[in-house]
Design a protein around this ligand. Structure first.
Ligand code: MUC
Ligand code: MG
Length: 367
């Protein structure tokens, strides 16, 4: 299982419906396909989604850091040397999705070598997750129409509503319209991507108190340290840290400092190894987790569900596993399907990522 080559292939697939949120917008999935090859003929696969507004990475930076920095350092190590691989990767700061994709590709190799599914190797708690769908910025009536379409087509009954617009009244109105249209049986929570001040966020929590929201996520920046603590202390809802707590040390800091009371785990930024560290830390601290979405394509979504389903605490709530529905196409030979609001882990050895060569040839950006 010695690593002989590492590929970072940029590809671009348009969205049929762009997703807009307080910190940015996606119109094209300009991701990077990461493949690690070994001397015994195995190939591990994952994808890295650049999110410059969250981590500073771009498609070009991911290709460059993998090709120029990480690949030369990994050649000769084996897929079993995961701690050594991480020690090497951590010599370079930042670049979370590039590192995460490498980690998940190595787990894919391990699963293939063992003839076992990665989800089973990680924990094997269940083989599926309930799916939550993210509703991006739009006029309230369009947000309602989208949620109804997703509910009616895929059986999804959990929605994360993107908020954080200024003035905030439009988001309060959208949440109210969603609750009225979807009824009390549907789970709704809000994610502000740091768009509001702590005091506006507190006003929103007061004005939506009757809507039965499940969580509030990143309503204001964690860097507004005291305001955020005051907001979280007074919040009637679990307050999820997403982009403010991406590494175990940040998770510890935000939770112990009172700036969050729940954590979003995204395999796209912490891979499987780092996500397990975050998960176990949260379990030790008695903190709930939600499987978040880095606006993943189908490859990233397969990774997320493999991890989420593997553990009891990461499969408790609906995972954010449906952003790929807004993409015009994908690279998988066999597309993912969401039925009755549920996504299954792919069976078979490894992660079950089978890339369609024709699609890769069509969408890759480097030829
Ligand atoms: C989310 O949960 O915030 C939007 C920006 C990002 O980094 O992730 C997405 C979804
Ligand atoms: Mg978020």
């Amino acid at each position: 299982m010695k690593i002989t080559a590492v590929e970072a292939v940029p590809f671009a697939i348009p969205y049929t419906k762009p997703l807009a949120f307080a910190s940015g917008e996606v119109r094209t999935a300009d991701h990077v396909l990461v493949r690690i090859h070994t001397d015994d003929g195995l190939t591990g696969t994952a994808e890295a989604p650049p999110r410059p507004y969250t981590y500073g990475e771009t498609q070009e930076s991911i290709v460059a850091v993998i090709g120029k920095v990480f690949a030369p350092q990994l050649l000769g190590l084996t897929a079993l040397d995961r701690e050594a691989v991480h020690a090497v990767l951590e010599r370079t700061v930042g670049n979370p999705t590039a590192k995460a994709a490498l980690d998940m590709a190595l787990w894919d190799i391990l699963g293939q070598a063992a003839g076992m599914p990665v989800s089973g190797l990680l924990g094997g708690y269940t083989d599926r997750m309930r799916v939550g769908h993210m509703v991006g910025f739009a006029p309230a009536a369009e947000m309602v129409a989208e949620a109804e379409r997703i509910r009616d087509t895929y059986g999804i009954t959990t929605f994360k509503v993107k908020v954080g617009r200024v003035p905030y009244a439009q988001d309060v109105a959208a949440c109210r319209a969603l609750r009225e249209a979807l009824g009390p049986g549907v789970e709704l929570y809000i994610d502000g991507n740091r768009g509001w001040t702590a005091s506006d966020a507190a006003r929103v929590l007061a004005e939506t108190a009757d809507l039965g929201l499940l969580f509030a996520e990143e309503l204001c920046p964690a860097d507004d340290v005291l305001g955020r603590r005051r907001l979280v202390a007074g919040s009637p809802l679990p307050f999820i840290a997403d982009e403010s707590a991406t590494r175990p040390a940040e998770v510890t800091r935000e939770l112990l400092g009172g700036s969050a009371t729940a954590i979003s785990i995204k395999t796209a930024r912490t891979g499987f190894t780092g996500s397990q560290r975050v998960l176990h830390l949260c379990e030790g601290l008695g903190t709930e987790v939600v499987m978040g979405n880095q606006i993943d394509g189908q490859i990233g979504t397969l990774c997320s569900v493999a991890f989420g389903a593997a553990h009891r605490s990461s499969s408790r709530y609906a995972g954010e596993l449906s952003n790929f529905l807004d993409m015009a196409d994908d690279l998988l030979a066999e597309p993912l399907t969401i039925e009755s609001g549920t996504l299954h882990v792919r069976e078979g050895a490894g992660l079950g990522i089978d890339i369609d060569p024709g699609k890769l040839a069509r969408y890759r950006q480097d030829r």
